[in-house]
Design a protein around this ligand. Sequence first.
Ligand code: C6P
Length: 448
Amino acid sequence: MNSRVNPMRVTTPPDSKRSMACLPARPGQLAGAEGIESELPSLDTATIRRDFPILQRQVHGKPLVYLDNAATSQKPRRVIQALVDYYEGMNANIHRGVHALAEEATDAYEAARQRIGRFIGATEPAEVLFTRNTTEAINLVAATWARENVRAGDDILITAMEHHSNIVPWQWVAERQGARLKYVEFGPGGEIKLDEVASLLTPRTKLVSMVHMSNVLGTINPVADVARLAHDAGALMLVDGAQSVPHLPVNVADLGCDFLAFSSHKMLGPTGVGVLWGRRDLLDQMPPFLGGGEMIDLVGRERSTYNALPWKYEAGTPNIADVIAFSTAVDYLSELGMDRVRAHELELVAYALEQLGSVPGITLYGPDALQRRGGVASFSIEGVHPHDLGQIVDYEGVAIRVGQHCCQPAMESLKVGGTARASFYVYNTPDEVDTLVRALLQAQEMFS
Ligand code: C6P
């Protein structure tokens, strides 16, 4: 890798020479990623961009450069249309009615479950539970499985790079049930070490809950290896796939995990839908999450019995339209091919790291090896507060995220108050990286 591109955490001296050279995107070859050659045909970003109406708009009189995909992605016309089609042509409550609309809506909702299950390699649709988002999916496991299976003196193991949604529910379990919450720290390169994970596992460890791809560092954690270690120790493995399922080919059988959580809105789908995938035997044994309609079999005056999977975990009227539109998003991604999505982002992040590395005073965070990082570039620039960076680049039409990214323990480990973060997706281009770098240089000039 080019030495100007931050390997892990390299600060370019403020007086270093600025370089704005724009490397042409080379189809099939990953700029700045020596040793990573993609055989795959590149994504046709010009065609893809035409599918996303919002990318036509201007911000402060400049073309929108949307680099906040880790927060939420934009939506292709097809997904937006799926919502309109549902409400214009099919709207009815599901699993309840015998009329035609109710049956059509029920079929579309259950077909969506099948398609989404296939996308992550689920063996059966019943293992796919719809929630509101990743956060709710993790909370579901904490409120059901953990309530029954974690006892005083047990351990739950997470990492210091987790999102708050994979910390707070476990803090509650620990507090409520007298368990201990342990952290695997990450090194200066933003990576965790397997031997450190192994050293923290004990016969009292009941669960390892780990982010697959960090939203701050971009690190892709070796979750399949961690799952093996966890299972050897008698623990279960939950994978927070909020950032990986949208950007990498993810197959639950390959990961060998017990639970996987992810969100529709980060993968071209609507907000308000998430998934908890779980192993059938576990889901069968766990108590329900919320009580109400749909999740029951028989309701007596004193007690109730519960519905079969997956409906046991889907109390009340679900988010029908958004689930259906989510499956349209999954179809769109499948047609692009997740291998190609990954290759595209690798190419972009390699280029971005190289170009950002030329900004004087910049510190880039995350792993050196591109194979172990996703399409996220977090950075700080000496002398400029991340919020100022965010505002100044916004004037140039560039949307990035700044702050703590809902990962305060990670900020503590990095010893920073916050970072700026550019995150990429299928419609982003090297030209947009150049616009970001130009805007950052302007910001820096204003503050120097
Ligand atoms: N991260 C970001 O800008 P929800 O909000 O439930 O859809 O996703 C929560 C979540 C869980 N895990 C990871 C790794 C995440 O990145 C996120 C969401 C966004 O980084 C919003 S804070």
